[in-house]
Every structure is written in structure tokens, then in C-alpha cells.
Ligand binder design. Structure first.
Ligand SMILES: *[C@@H]1O[C@H](CO)[C@@H](O)[C@H](O)[C@H]1NC(C)=O
Ligand SMILES: *[C@@H]1O[C@H](CO)[C@@H](O)[C@H](O)[C@H]1NC(C)=O
Ligand SMILES: *[C@@H]1O[C@H](CO)[C@@H](O)[C@H](O)[C@H]1NC(C)=O
Ligand SMILES: *[C@@H]1O[C@H](CO)[C@@H](O)[C@H](O)[C@H]1NC(C)=O
Ligand SMILES: *[C@@H]1O[C@H](CO)[C@@H](O)[C@H](O)[C@H]1NC(C)=O
Length: 467
């Protein structure tokens, strides 16, 4: 015998004829598949033996009801607890004691989430809600609340029966990880049920596309922040980091990495031609590369990709390098002009531009690049400090200075010498040093000749005198 005493009335079948007909009220109870439900034998006096039946079949009688091995009766309260509920457990449960019968109609909901709730960012989850009852199934009003308890509007797929509802959510972001709530309502029968479900979105804390500006020769660290620790992702995954100079260029794999189910991270460098380091003391769960003395041709797209179960997600950092140069290079001689060039490695977005500023000009001289231009040039005829800024949304993001030096006075004399003739020049250099203080008549000289003379000077190092 089992303890609930199904033989109290001596009628194993519990045939209706033996039970006095009473006004019975059927109670509705909601159960959720996978969870446990407790069915309450309301109004039962203490120490009374009960019999629980499902669809008129005894539950605790071998081979009778399917949920027998998932059920237990509480010895004191006589509640029936059904564990790991299934859709097919829906139906009428009766609790019988003496001449009383308490009937409970168990309505079961089953909520499933695609991919077992494990997503990569930008994936779209699909929710399926099913219900089962012995009564006609009601039309449900389903509302979802995200991990921040904000109501979200899923897309309900049509041509479903009341038995099954399919909902498509929006593309997930890493910040959507957490416990969500599915709120189910119906007016008749009156149902107001919440079912929670977990969503884990593996991805980056970076935006999908980030732009990073760097000045030539500076040190740049590119970082991708993985969220696997925050969301307690307990599965292994892999990934890699690629670089390509342009959208259409071929990608080069710089490193690959893997993260084990226990959260251990390994990285391997995959290329030798490309100069970069993996910083030794980097924050946990990040992928980082360090580019020292960044060159114009290190610019381009750096893409970090995650792979899990054959699916992928990625986050890109576009590195834009800025440099300044002058044409011709070197000091500016009196009356001559030079062009200062400030350029970036790839076109800027429409909220950004380049700007040259003459720092000791009054009023400050400014020259701006036009939209989508990759460089700005300024003609300079006086010495001073010039500064090129990359302006984004009215803020200077990076800047580089260029000091235009005035050519020493003696250089002008050298240039005169150069026009007279090479042989005389060599002879004259020494004396030029001595007489450099003497006020000779100034002459305009072409920049080309000046450069040639300067070159000559540098190579021969004949004269070290200062202005
Ligand atoms: C609904 O419950 C009934 C009764 O247990 C069962 O026969 C049927 O298979 C269930 N439906 C589903 C979809 O599980
Ligand atoms: C469903 O529930 C929502 C939120 O409670 C409510 O705004 C909406 O009117 C309901 N829709 C129907 C068809 O009952
Ligand atoms: C269901 O969850 C929503 C959102 O968290 C909450 O506002 C509501 O009170 C809950 N309802 C029930 C019956 O628990
Ligand atoms: C992870 O990377 C390490 C180092 O490259 C390698 O030894 C290991 O086999 C990798 N593990 C997996 C599961 O790919
Ligand atoms: C960048 O340019 C420098 C100098 O021209 C060259 O040595 C280097 O290999 C280039 N790097 C890449 C990644 O192309």
C-alpha cells in the first residue's frame, strides 16, 4: 500500500456511483513545463487519508498515470507535487477523501527559447509558447519584459493555433543578457502568469564599428572587451583578429584565441611580417594589440571575430592615422613659401574634418578641409608654430605640430653663391661664415636652388655657423 491510502473506500476504480454527488468546483491551476507544480487538496481535515487521481486513474498505483514517478505527496499537507512538468500532464486532477472530491484542472504552458538561450550578438531569438488543457484553449495575450524589466514588443508569427505561439524578438546586443519575463494573460479562463527565461548574449562591449584616431609614430592599443565573464557563459568558444587595409583588400590574420568552458583564455600570434605586440598586462577578458610607432600603412580595419557552434559575430575598429609634412622640407628662407600638408589615411565621417592653425598668428590663421577630403594644405611664408587638428563634433580628437623655421641668413648667401658657380662656392664657404654679419643686399631666390644648396651643405658639413 502506498501511504495515501487509496483503499480507504475499498473502491480502487473510484467509480462515480459510490461517491455522493456534491457540488464540486473545479479549480484552475497553472503549471509550467520543466518546473514543479503543487496541487492543493483544499479544505482537507488533518490526518485524513487522500487519494490523488489523474483523469480518473490513480496516480500512485504502478503503471497507471505517466507522472507517477515524478510525483510526491506531502505527508502532512497532502499536497500533490508534480516535478519536471510536461505538456501532457495537463488535465483534471482529483483529490478524494471520505466522500469529498476536490478537482483541479491543470493548465500547462511550455516556453522554449531557440538555441537554448545561448546567442551571439545580433542574433534573433525565437520564443515558442505552447499550452495544453482539457478545456478549450484560450487566446493568449503575451507580453515580454527584458532583463531591465522594460516591455518589449515581439513579432508574433501568424497562422498559429491557440496551442502554439511563435514570437520573434529583435537582434540581441551583449547588454541584453539576463533574465527575461514572459507575461501571459487571458480573460477566460482568467490567467495571469509569468514565466522567466534566461538569455545569454556572447559578444563585445565595444560598438559594432569603432573609429580610432592616431598620430603617426605614436603607440596605439586596440582593445576588444569580451563579456563572457559578466554573463557567466559556461561554454568554450574561439576567435580571431584580422587586419585589412581597405574594405576590398585581403584580410591578414594577426592572432587567434580560444576561451575554454572554464574561462581560460589563450592567444596565439599568427603573423610575423606585421609588427605588433600583445600587451603583457592587459585587463582580463580582453583582446588587445599594441602598435608602436604607428605608420600610415598600419591604418585600416581591425576586426575581432568570435565563433561559437559554427556561428560568428564580430566587432571592427577602424584605425585612422594622421601625419603632417611640408613641401619643400626644411627651413623657410625669407620671401619663400612652403606648403604644409596634413593628411589622414582614410576619409573621415561627415562630422569630422582636418584643420590647420597658425598658433602665433594674429588673428589665428585657420584652414579647414572640405568634407570627405583626406588632406588639407596651407601655404606658409612666415616662420612659426602650426598645428593640425582632427576635429570631430567640434572637439579636437588628435593634433600634430609643425614648426616652420626661418632659414638662417647665411643660407641666403650660400644660395647666391650657388648661382655664381659651384667652384667659386666651395672656395667662398669659409669666408661666408666670417662675413655673415655684414649686411648684404637681400635677394629673392627660387626655392629649388635653395634646396640644392642646402643639400650641398648638409652633405659637406663645411659650415657649422649659427645665425
Ligand atoms: C495535451 O494533454 C493531453 C492529455 O494528457 C495529451 O494527450 C496531449 O498529448 C497533450 N498535448 C501535447 C501537445 O502535449
Ligand atoms: C495585451 O496586454 C497588453 C499589456 O497588458 C495590453 O496593452 C493590450 O491591450 C492587450 N491586448 C489584448 C488584445 O488584450
Ligand atoms: C509579471 O512580471 C511583470 C514584469 O516583471 C510584473 O510587472 C508583473 O507584476 C508580474 N505579474 C505576476 C502575476 O507576477
Ligand atoms: C587554445 O589555444 C591554445 C594555445 O594556442 C592551444 O594550445 C589549445 O589547444 C587551444 N584549445 C582549443 C580548445 O582550441
Ligand atoms: C609600411 O611601410 C613601411 C615603410 O614603407 C614598410 O617597411 C612596412 O613593411 C609597411 N607595413 C605594412 C604593414 O605594409
Amino acid at each position: 500500500f502506498d501511504f495515501c491510502g487509496s483503499l480507504v473506500l475499498g473502491s480502487p476504480g473510484g467509480s462515480a456511483g459510490l461517491i455522493p454527488i456534491m457540488a464540486q468546483q473545479e479549480e484552475l491551476q497553472i503549471g509550467v513545463a520543466g518546473q514543479a507544480v503543487i496541487l492543493n487538496c483544499r479544505g482537507i481535515p488533518q490526518n485524513t487519508a487522500v487519494t490523488w487521481k489523474y483523469s480518473k486513474a490513480l496516480i500512485f498505483s504502478k503503471g497507471k498515470a505517466t507522472m507517477t514517478d515524478r510525483s510526491e505527496i506531502n505527508l502532512t499537507s497532502k499536497h500533490l507535487k508534480v516535478l519536471d512538468l510536461r505538456l501532457s500532464d495537463a488535465g483534471i486532477y482529483t483529490c478524494e477523501y471520505g466522500t469529498h472530491t476536490v478537482s483541479i484542472s491543470l493548465h500547462v504552458f511550455k516556453l522554449t527559447i531557440s538555441l537554448d538561450g545561448h546567442f551571439l550578438q545580433n542574433e534573433v531569438p525565437k520564443l515558442t509558447l505552447m499550452q495544453n488543457s482539457t478545456h478549450p484553449l484560450p487566446n493568449l495575450n503575451i507580453t515580454l519584459f527584458n532583463n531591465n524589466n522594460k516591455m518589449v514588443r515581439p513579432k508574433l508569427l501568424q497562422n498559429e493555433t491557440p496551442q502554439k505561439y511563435t514570437l520573434m524578438l529583435k537582434q540581441l546586443e551583449a547588454t541584453d543578457s539576463g533574465t527575461w519575463m514572459c507575461h501571459i494573460r487571458s480573460d477566460s479562463p482568467l490567467i495571469n502568469q509569468n514565466i522567466s527565461f534566461d538569455v545569454k548574449v556572447l559578444g563585445f562591449q565595444n560598438p559594432d564599428l569603432e573609429r580610432k584616431y592616431a598620430t603617426a609614430d605614436s603607440t596605439v592599443i586596440l582593445s576588444w572587451y569580451l563579456n563572457f565573464q559578466q554573463i557567466k557563459w559556461k561554454e568554450g568558444f574561439t576567435g580571431q583578429m584580422n587586419w585589412k587595409q581597405q574594405e576590398s583588400a585581403t584580410a591578414h590574420e594577426l592572432l587567434d584565441f580560444n576561451v575554454t568552458a572554464r574561462g581560460e583564455q589563450h592567444e596565439t600570434k599568427k603573423i610575423n611580417r606585421f609588427r605588433f605586440e600583445i600587451p603583457e598586462s592587459k585587463p582580463e577578458s580582453t583582446i588587445q594589440v599594441e602598435l608602436s610607432k604607428v605608420h600610415f600603412n598600419h591604418s585600416g580595419q581591425y576586426q575581432c571575430q568570435l565563433a561559437y557552434n559554427g556561428r560568428h559575430t564580430q566587432s571592427k575598429i577602424e584605425l585612422v592615422v594622421m601625419k603632417v609634412s611640408a613641401d619643400p622640407v626644411g627651413p623657410l628662407s625669407r620671401g619663400a613659401e612652403m606648403t604644409l600638408i596634413c593628411q589622414v589615411s582614410s576619409p573621415l565621417p561627415s562630422n569630422a574634418h582636418l584643420l590647420w592653425k597658425h598658433m602665433n598668428g594674429t588673428p589665428i590663421d585657420i584652414k579647414k578641409s572640405k568634407q570627405h577630403e583626406v588632406k588639407v594644405e596651407v601655404k606658409v611664408s612666415t616662420a612659426g608654430l602650426w598645428s593640425c587638428h582632427l576635429i570631430e563634433d567640434n572637439d579636437s580628437r588628435i593634433s600634430l605640430n609643425y614648426i616652420v623655421e626661418e632659414a638662417p641668413v647665411w643660407l641666403s648667401y650660400v644660395v647666391i653663391g650657388a648661382s655664381v658657380g659651384g667652384s667659386i662656392l666651395v672656395f667662398g664657404l669659409a669666408s661666408l661664415c666670417i662675413i655673415s654679419g655684414i649686411g648684404w643686399q637681400r635677394r629673392r631666390q627660387r626655392a629649388k636652388r635653395m634646396a640644392r644648396a642646402r643639400q650641398y651643405l648638409l652633405e659637406n658639413k663645411t659650415c657649422q655657423c649659427q645665425q
